[in-house]
Ligand binder design. Structure first.
Ligand code: PLP
Length: 287
């Protein structure tokens, strides 16, 4: 397996970074997760834009143009001869000293890893997820925007830990007013009386690329879809609930905080959108 590491392709065993890298010491950097379907990189443009926006927001200078970055990503997939894969792009502040001042970091580090995807078990897509809501709160947008996919993912990791502790598959984060925002690394949708709802991103959710693809797809297929705030109560009494994300694609939620969603099985609209999404991913992409 070949990994792109700051200017060259190196073998997985040789892909190591300095312990002085501020990505490691302080979580100072940004990242993206991208999928490859049938040899096509799905929504590559959108991911590259989001990566550069994240970097711009934390004053991190990506040392390549967007076009160069696109070529590096595509080349990483090619070199590893991958037809279906998960790509991780990381840009860290680079190696500095032990102080946290980025002024002493010489050069941002760019890493691209592409590997076979460890898909979620098929069974989870058929059965749906059990989720809980947790005490961890989404960052306040006025502090560090949830739009920044920073290497500091502690909030999200705490959410995952709380989910593990509670014995559920995933957990929902609320914002400081108690509105539902998103999962640990996925966006949430609910369906009530034929209308699909997802929280507006200003509440504190990442503007997921899968989320946006599903919004477009749902509207194209004639569903009514609204971006509007909702609480846990609305999730408990929904007709259907599902999550979206690069890693999970579209996956049904069948239980929330111990409340079964309707008959406790993935809903019709969710299944329809999942099958339409699977059609879309093989059509749309960069070879
Ligand atoms: N929310 C968070 C916090 C994430 O990290 C992710 C993953 O990227 C998502 C939502 C889903 O976004 P996307 O569909 O772009 O993968």
């Amino acid at each position: 397996q070949w990994i792109y590491l700051s200017g060259e392709f190196v073998k997985k065993e040789d892909a190591v970074v300095s312990v002085y890298d501020h990505g490691f010491l302080y979580g100072d950097g940004v990242f993206e997760g991208i999928r490859v379907y049938s040899g096509n990189v799905f929504k590559l443009d959108e991911h590259i834009h989001r990566l550069y926006d994240s970097a711009q927001s934390i004053m991190l200078n990506v040392p390549y143009t967007k076009e160069e970055m696109e070529q590096i990503i595509v080349e990483t997939v090619r070199r590893n001869k991958l037809e279906s894969a998960y790509i991780r792009v990381v840009v860290s502040r680079g190696a500095g000293n032990l102080g946290l001042d980025p002024a002493f970091c010489s050069q941002p580090r760019v890493i691209v890893i592409a590997e076979e995807l460890a898909l979620f078990p098929m069974e989870l897509y058929q059965k749906g997820l059990r989720v809980g809501s947790v005490a961890s709160r989404r960052n306040r947008p006025d502090v560090l925007s949830p739009q920044v996919k920073s290497l500091n993912y502690l909030n999200n990791i705490l959410v995952k830990l709380e989910a593990n502790q509670a014995g559920v598959d995933e957990a929902l984060m609320l914002n400081d007013q108690g509105y539902v925002t998103e999962g640990s690394a996925d966006n949430i949708f609910i369906i009530k009386n034929g209308t699909i709802y997802t929280p507006p991103v200003y509440l504190g959710a990442l503007e997921g690329i899968t989320r946006n693809a599903i919004i477009d797809l749902a509207r194209e297929k004639g569903y009514e879809l609204k971006e509007s705030p909702f609480t846990r109560h609305d999730v408990y009494v929904a007709d259907e609930v599902f999550l979206t994300g690069t890693a999970v694609e579209v996956i049904a939620v069948v239980e929330v905080d111990g409340r079964k969603i309707q008959d406790g099985k993935p809903g019709k609209v969710t299944n329809h959108l999942l099958s339409e999404f699977r059609k879309l991913v093989t059509q749309d992409g960069v070879k």
